[in-house]
Design a protein around this ligand. Structure first.
Ligand code: HEC
Length: 140
């Protein structure tokens, strides 16, 4: 009896693994760093005003690492994440990150370099954008 349960469990596990391989594994020919990617599901609310402007700057200057909708990408963590809620990383942390870069400390992506072509006003709009996304995803 017990043996058959074990066998069934093993077969079940192998089936799931094979399906996962079929569905996910074969298509990804991603760079090695993608293995580090830590992506979250982000609910995207309607963006207006400063947050909408911030999305455009984010798409230009941050998306390559932090991913679409700040959900995480191959070169950087999700910013829609409890670690970056206002109580842990206040708006000033975003200003400093853009201006000075960030030493690797929370993740294993390496350090973030300073982002030179983003003005203080653009940083403010990025903050409005990320905070809007965070709130829509229960991070406040
Ligand atoms: C070349 C990749 C890269 C780019 C481009 C990039 N980041 Fe980052 N960023 C990172 C990595 C990696 C970390 C995580 C460092 C750690 O904690 O280990 C990070 C961390 C951060 C943090 C957390 C700071 C802290 O105090 O821990 C903020 C805020 C941030 N990034 C904002 C931005 C914004 C805004 C942009 C665009 C203007 C941007 N990043 C562009 C890679 C990048």
């Amino acid at each position: 009896m017990k043996t058959s349960i074990v066998i069934a469990t093993v077969i079940g596990g192998l089936t799931v693994a094979a399906l996962a391989w079929l569905l996910l594994g074969r298509e990804t020919t991603s760079p090695p760093s993608a293995a580090l990617a830590h992506q979250v599901n982000v609910i995207v609310p309607t963006l207006t005003g400063q947050a909408a402007a911030g999305e455009r700057v984010f798409e230009r200057a941050c998306v390559a690492c932090h991913g679409s909708n700040a959900a995480g990408g191959p070169g950087g963590p999700p910013l829609v994440h409890r670690i970056y809620e206002p109580g842990h990383h206040a708006d000033g942390a975003f200003v400093l990150a853009v201006r000075n870069g960030v030493r690797q400390h929370h993740w294993k992506f390496g350090s973030m370099p300073p982002v030179a072509d983003v003005s203080p006003a653009e940083t403010a709009s990025i903050i409005a954008y990320v905070r809007t996304l965070q709130r829509a995803n229960g991070i406040r």
